[in-house]
Design a protein around this ligand. Structure first.
Ligand SMILES: [Zn+2]
Length: 311
């Protein structure tokens, strides 16, 4: 059986025909402008899906699993709130169903990534897995007893909005000191900008002449031994470690899988994170918890979205 997985990013959609073992038969990446009224963006998404269907020579559209950033009510097919897309109470499933004759399931994108990590990274070989998507923002998904945990209202898993510093920087959600504001790409860039303003990051400043400010550039400056850039990663790692220790103590998972652009910083982020985790959390859950960076980063969302429809 093949399912069409769709992962909606901020500027494009990833589509893939996914087999029930998680293998991808065909895939495509199409640009979609989300910065306009939701109904128009959704009509565009439907058009891209129809184009993919005819390019693949399919007689009909297979079952669709779609992941999207924001608070999603899967049962009603509603995107309740998506600060990234600027959507509020958008009936995504109904609007798509009008254009596409197919069964559609929508889910929060980080929940899809978690399901993807459960199926691909852990080969379903564990009971409890938590996935953290470290991108511009920080998303989370929780698998408990081999099932996606969505909470009472479908809102569970917002690990990026776990308060780490009660009086910290203001987050996009309105709260202060969320994990996302400290470890997400946006937060790292804000910290770097503060250092640049105070003249504390000369190596980074020099590199900015060639490339724009990004976690990748802060990583490069840290690898050139700039103290300020190294400290950005050490601090971010400690914040991530604090979050991991909360997860270890609360959920006692077998696995935590990290993915997303920021996770590419590797040991710069992971070493301080694992140190903080060991210092803060109870010994037994830490020993039982394996923290890894996903091998399947690019396809977790799209594969997870597709395979969730088979559950
Ligand atoms: Zn927040």
């Amino acid at each position: 059986m093949t399912v069409l997985g769709v992962d909606c990013g901020g500027t494009n959609i990833k589509m893939a025909l996914v087999k029930n073992n998680g293998d991808i038969a065909e895939r495509a990446l199409e640009p979609v402008n989300f910065r306009r009224p939701a109904a128009r963006a959704i009509a565009d998404i439907a058009g891209r899906i129809l184009k993919f269907k005819s390019r693949m020579g399919l007689s009909r559209i297979p079952k669709i699993g779609m992941g999207i950033a924001g608070e999603v009510d899967s049962a009603r097919g509603l995107v309740r709130f998506s600060p990234n897309l600027g959507w509020k109470n958008v009936p995504l499933k109904a609007l798509l169903a009008k254009k596409l004759k197919s069964s559609i399931h929508i889910e929060n994108d980080a929940n899809c990534a978690a399901w993807g990590a459960f199926c691909l990274d852990s080969k379903r070989d564990c009971n409890n897995l938590i996935c953290l998507t470290l991108g511009t923002g920080v998303g989370g998904g929780i698998i408990l007893n081999k099932k996606l945990y969505t909470g009472s209202t479908g809102s569970a898993g917002e690990i990026g909005h776990m308060t780490i510093q009660h009086d910290g920087r203001r987050c996009g959600c309105g709260n202060r000191g969320c994990l996302e504001s400290l470890v997400g790409a946006w937060g790292l860039i804000q910290t770097a900008k503060e250092g640049l303003r105070r003249g504390r990051a000369p190596i980074l400043k020099k590199m900015l002449k060639e490339e724009k400010l990004s976690p990748k550039l802060i990583e490069a400056a840290a690898r050139k031994n700039e103290p300020f850039s190294k400290k950005i990663w050490a601090d971010a790692g400690e914040c991530l470690g604090a979050a991991l220790s909360n997860l270890a103590n609360i959920f006692n998972p077998d696995r935590v899988v990290l993915c997303g652009g920021v996770s590419k910083a590797g040991s710069l982020l992971l070493k301080p994170a694992l140190q903080a985790l060991q210092m803060r959390a109870f010994e037994t859950p830490v020993k039982a918890m394996k923290v890894t960076v996903s091998k399947y980063d690019e396809k977790l969302g799209v594969v997870g979205a597709a395979l969730l429809t088979l559950e």
